[in-house]
Structures are given as structure tokens and as C-alpha cells.
Design a protein around this ligand. Sequence first.
Ligand code: IPM
Ligand code: MG
Length: 356
Amino acid sequence: MRLNILIVPGDGIGAEVTAAAVEVLQSAARRFGHELLLSEGLIGGAAIQKTGSPLPAETLEKAMKAGATLLGAVGAPEFDSLPPEKRPEKGLLGIRKALQVYANLRPVKMWPALIGSSPLKSEIVAGTDLVIVRELTGGLYYGQPRGLDGDRATNTMSYTRGEIERVARKAFELARGRRKRVTSVDKSNVLENSQLWRKVVSEVSRDYPEVELDHLLVDTCAMQLVLNPRRFDVIVTENMFGDILSDEAAVLAGSIGMLPSASLGDGRGFYEPVHGSAPDIAGRNKANPFGAIGSAAAMLEYSFGLAKEARAIEDAMGRVLASGIATADLNPARAATTSEVAKAVCEALAGAGAAA
Ligand code: IPM
Ligand code: MG
């Protein structure tokens, strides 16, 4: 199969982790007999510096032509004092919106080899296997009116029934192939938005009778995530709550560097690790590439229907982790570099090919 993929490295460690993911994609393509057609695009601070815009039209055109897009990270300290409109992050929000990838799947899985890496007690994190489905193209991130007007600032949280319904369906469909439980997270004791959210999610759930639905308030959910993470299978929530809860949930997995994500809509998929651009370690071959590699695996599965290839990459990741090879966030005493981790995953992938 021919895989037409756009790579947008972005800022900071984005270049290193996407390079690692591309190596693994190349390895997988060799092993399974696929052809990779890669192109590259600018986004974020890197794009502002070269073109003046955080999301050049050319990048969007390339994304529309590609079968899927893999992003590294966006954000750079030199833009920290600028308003949201002029920041690198605007590029990321722009491409998510343009591609209409309204459902952002953020799986949080406890890899057995990393059980000691979480600051939480092993008996709490053991067996964690959940997915946060974050609404990605609405809510506070995009709501109008917005703005900073002297000493008053305004943001708007607004959702329509249609926006809630479509992301809820993705969550129920995902749960159907898993442990069949959806937890919808809101703040319906305070927000009208959340009252609509809860009502629509409950209505959608009637179409999925085999899936059990419960509702949690977002503050309770934040607490339950670190008290009893095994209670969760699929969590569905609005954009900002999902942003916050997914960083919290990353602690369960030992490092935010481990978390992949898949952003899906009704068309093209968009894939990015959950972590940021980590300017403090950028360019030093130190960043954990597993989030990006896992995102590449998710791309093969969701955008190209290559589930077997995705599982092979995940198996290779598991074997590398079990062998103790990991970057400094997980293994400070004997840290491997980003490229060493990528090479090990490629070797594990090729080795499995020879054995099969
Ligand atoms: C994320 C990030 C982004 C977000 C930032 C970089 C705009 O935190 O993907 O979780 O808030 O969506
Ligand atoms: Mg975030």
C-alpha cells in the first residue's frame, strides 16, 4: 500500500521525535511491504520565523493532499509574551480546525516495564488502560466572543448538540471494541454547557445499549484518575477539560513523553504526541520519542487500516521498554538518546519480522 504522509515537525523537540517516528515508519513499511510517500510542512514558531504565519497556506494544502499528518510539537519561549493570535499554538489550533478532527483520542496505558516510573504507587497504576476522548475543535479554545479589552478579558464556552453528538459517537464506538464503558466528564452542577453535554451524551448512549455510561464532574474525575485509574475505560469530555485531564493522566504512564494521540473526524486523521516542545532539552537528542512513535502506529491503524502493522510497532515498543532502553525522563541513571531508542524499536520490529 502507498502511504502518503505529511510530517510537520514544528518546534523544539518536534524535529527529533518526528525523525524517530519516521525511522520506525520506514522500518514498518519495509517489513510489511508498503511504500512511504513523505512530505514535510512548516507549523508553529518555525513557520512564523520563515513565513510570518504559524500556519502557512502551503502546509494546509499539503495536509489536504496527504492521507494523514504527523505533527511533532509547537511552542517556543521567544513568543511567550505575544497574544494568542500571534503565537505558534495558533498554527496547531488552526490545522486541527481546518482538518475538522473533532475527536482527539489519548490512550493512557501502563506499560508493565514502566510500573516503577510513575510517582504514584505501583498498586494504584498497575493495569491502567484508558482512553481520553477529548473534543478538539470547539469549546473555550474557539468560542466567540473572545478578547482582551483593557482590564476585562472574555472567552466563551459554546457547544452545539451536533458537536457533542459526533464526539460522543466516536467515544461509544471506541468503547464497543474495548471494555464497554464510557465515562462522560462535565461540570453540569455549574455550567449550562455541561448540562447540554450530559443530556446529549445520555441520548447518544441509547444507540449503544451494550456500552455502560456514567457521568462524573470534572473535579471528581481529576481525583479519581489518581485514586482509582482502573475504573476508567473511555472518558469523553470537552476540549479544555480533556487538555487538563490528559496531562494529569500522563503521570499514570510514567512520563508525558509516552503518550500518543490520534485526532479523528469524518475525513483525514491528524497525529501528534501529547507532550509539548520542551525547549529546555530541544536539539540534544534527549527527548522521549515513544509518544511520536505511538502516534505513528495509531496513524497506520486509523488512517490506513493497517492494524497488524500498528500492533507490530507497539509490540516492538514494549520489547524495547522491557529491555530497559529509555530516555532520561524514564531512566535518568542510564539514559538512552532519542536516536538510540528509535534504532532499538526498528531493530525489534525487523527482528520480529525475521522470526515470523
Ligand atoms: C495539547 C497542548 C495544546 C492544547 C497546546 C500546545 C495548544 O497542550 O495538545 O494538549 O492545549 O491543545
Ligand atoms: Mg495539553
